[in-house]
Design a binder for this molecule. Structure first.
Ligand code: CP
Ligand code: NVA
Length: 308
């Protein structure tokens, strides 16, 4: 597989292998403050059509820690599909850099980029999914609970791109995925069908509910994300009326397993989808999770560049 566009493009064994490598690279980095120079002579081109803190900085630092480099290309600079066709951009960049990462609005745009690029392409978030986030999420869950099958991963809120990748990685790893979303804000139906196929092979279960309280019963992980994703800003007022019952607050957390962890991909809209009390409380792993983006992505980069 040349690209990293969806977790579901990979087998469970391939995902586990990348997570094991991520753990090793994390240990190496924490011990030495750097990594072996596996990315020496390699440059990552980073195309962003939307803002980013974690994705941009963690990819850049991942390359630097391995002796490589990264190049940030802002929305205004390259005008993906506007100033120039995606196919042309892909073929031009293939002669300049060794690997690409793209954050796009339309998932088809990252697919198109991968189709035309001669070099590997990583999806740094699209309207459909967020596979790099899913890898960091899995790493964080494994760090807390080990790689046990049968964990209950409960997602509460908007069924969005982050939900898709969390659902896919949960299905791959044999975890039970439970989502509570309001009507009209369900997870992508194609993504659900793909997850069902994976779950049949791994023994994971998938449950889709409306009631957040029912969803967190017995949960080992409670996960939420913004109610309004990038590109949906004009719907903010409407969403603020629909989503309050889905807020992850101390009451909801108290209804989960006593050792449950609370996760959020960030950026968080504090006291909307998650309260300060929970985000900064003892169950929260949100900063460990954000830091794990660095380590998970090193493994993805290393496998695609075939340097580890
Ligand atoms: N979680 C995440 O992808 O954050 P950024 O949007 O800051 O990259
Ligand atoms: N669902 C959010 C995730 C941000 C990392 C968005 O797409 O804006």
């Amino acid at each position: 597989m040349k690209d990293f566009l969806s977790i579901s493009d990979y087998t469970a064994d391939e995902i586990k292998d990348m997570l094991d490598l991520a753990m090793d690279l994390k240990k190496q980095y924490l011990k030495k403050g750097s990594n072996k120079k596996i990315f020496k002579g390699k440059v990552l081109g980073m195309i962003f059509q939307k803002p980013s803190l974690r994705t941009r900085v963690s990819f850049d630092m991942a390359m630097r820690h391995g002796g490589g480099d990264a190049l940030y290309l802002s929305p205004n600079e390259i005008g993906l599909g506007k100033r120039e066709s995606i196919a042309d951009i892909a073929r031009v960049l293939s002669g300049y850099v060794q690997i690409l990462m793209a954050r796009v609005f339309d998932h088809e745009h990252v697919v198109e980029l991968a189709k035309w690029a001669d070099i590997p392409v990583i999806n740094g978030l699209s309207d459909y999914n967020h596979p790099c986030q899913g890898m960091a999420d899995a790493l964080t869950i494994i760090e807390k609970f080990g790689n046990a099958k049968g964990l209950n991963v409960s997602y509460v809120g908007d069924g969005n791109n982050v939900t898709t990748s969390l659902m896919h990685v949960s299905a791959q790893l044999g975890w039970n995925f439970i989502a509570a979303t309001p009507e009209g804000y369900d997870t992508d139906p194609t993504a659900i069908e793909i997850a069902k196929d994976i779950a049949k092979k791994t023994g994971s279960t998938l449950t889709f509910l409306r009631d957040p309280h029912e969803a967190v019963k017995g949960a080992h992980v409670i996960y939420t994300d913004t109610w309004t994703s990038m590109g949906q800003e004009e719907e903010t007022a409407k969403r603020e009326l629909v989503f309050p019952p889905y807020q992850v607050n101390a009451q909801l957390v108290s209804e989960a397993d006593k050792d449950a962890i609370v996760m959020h991909c960030l950026p968080a809209h504090r006291n909307h989808e998650i309260t300060d009390e929970v985000a900064d409380g003892s169950h929260s792993v949100i900063f460990q999770q954000a830091h794990n983006r660095l380590h998970a992505q090193k493994a993805v980069l290393a496998r695609l560049l075939q340097v580890a």
